[in-house]
Design a protein around this ligand. Structure first.
Ligand SMILES: NC(=O)c1ccc[n+]([C@@H]2O[C@H](COP(=O)([O-])OP(=O)(O)OC[C@H]3O[C@@H](n4cnc5c(N)ncnc54)[C@H](OP(=O)(O)O)[C@@H]3O)[C@@H](O)[C@H]2O)c1
Length: 263
């Protein structure tokens, strides 16, 4: 085993992923930075190497493709020093589904859902073999709400929440853990990349990527499974989760069709 710990960050070319790279570099991690824009990754790698004396590798990969996912999976499997994965790469809403091209819909689901799931699986297998590891899955408070004009995005993030919490149940009792981070609006290139005007949200509702990542890492240090940095009363999520568990129990306890469906 390498003495150095390495964190692999997807979507490290801007916004939240770039800030994760910076903060993890400060914590002494070597880094593998993944995104499509090679020039941005190389510039960041040079800065982080210079400022923190760490080893930084860049990997240009389009996570909407099979080839891109495979190249990242390979690094997670082969580099024994990797014990921290930030599944951050993601893309935004597409507008009304009826106006959406099927290829664009597939791209969003491939990046936000399939790539995140594949890399979580690769990390789970590798980290289990290595004895420990952490996966941070970037979600969104959009997971909590059905959104007209954001159906695929909201749906993709709802997947991330249930998927990540389920994996934690599977790794219970081991040193492999998953954290799900749910930001509200964050000032990044996200909205521009999605072709959406960010004035859609009240200016006061935005936080910076630095505020988000610092809070998320604090949540990780506190042992949280679900971190919602702008939610003051964390117990309200717990109450919601328990209500869903109860609903699942009520709906699945007996194989009897509800009275209102019986004629
Ligand atoms: N900003 C917000 O308000 C907000 C709120 C809640 C959740 N989030 C989530 O936070 C995450 C990061 O978003 P951000 O706000 O930092 O936005 P951003 O500045 O647009 O960054 C998105 C990152 O994802 C990468 N990416 C997009 N498509 C990719 C692909 N096909 N293959 C590989 N990398 C890809 C981009 O890199 P390249 O373009 O170089 O490939 C970029 O580094 C996303 O998962 C997003 O859903 C954001």
């Amino acid at each position: 085993m390498s003495q150095h710990r390495t964190a692999l960050v997807t979507g490290a070319s801007s916004g939240i992923g770039l800030t994760y790279a910076d903060r993890l570099a400060r914590r002494g991690f070597d880094l593998v930075l993944v995104a499509r824009r090679t020039d941005r990754l190389e510039q960041l790698a040079a800065e982080l190497t210079r400022d923190h004396g760490i080893k930084v590798t860049t990997l240009t990969a389009d996570l909407s493709t099979e080839t891109g996912c495979r190249s990242v999976e390979q690094v997670i499997a082969d580099d024994a020093s990797v014990d921290f994965l930030v599944n951050n790469a993601g893309m935004g809403k597409l507008g009304a589904l009826s106006d959406t091209k099927v290829d664009d819909l597939a791209t969003l689901i491939n990046v936000n859902v399939l790539a995140l799931a594949r890399l979580s699986l690769a990390a789970m297998q590798a980290f289990t073999k290595r004895g420990s590891g952490t996966v941070v899955n970037m979600c969104s408070i959009s997971a909590f709400r059905a959104v007209a004009g954001g159906a695929a995005y909201s749906g993709s993030k709802a997947f991330v929440l249930n998927f990540t919490r389920s994996l934690n149940l599977e790794t219970r009792g081991t040193n492999v853990r998953f954290q799900c981070v749910l930001p509200g609006p964050v000032k990044t290139e996200f909205f521009a990349a999605a072709g959406v005007d960010d004035s859609l949200f009240p200016a006061g509702s935005f936080i910076t990527s630095e505020q988000l990542v610092d809070a998320a890492l604090r949540g990780l240090d506190l042992g949280e499974e679900v971190t919602i940095p702008t939610l003051e009363d964390a117990s309200s999520f717990q109450t919601l989760a328990e209500a869903f568990t109860q609903l699942r129990e009520d709906a699945g306890r007996e194989g009897i069709i509800a009275t209102r469906y019986r004629t």
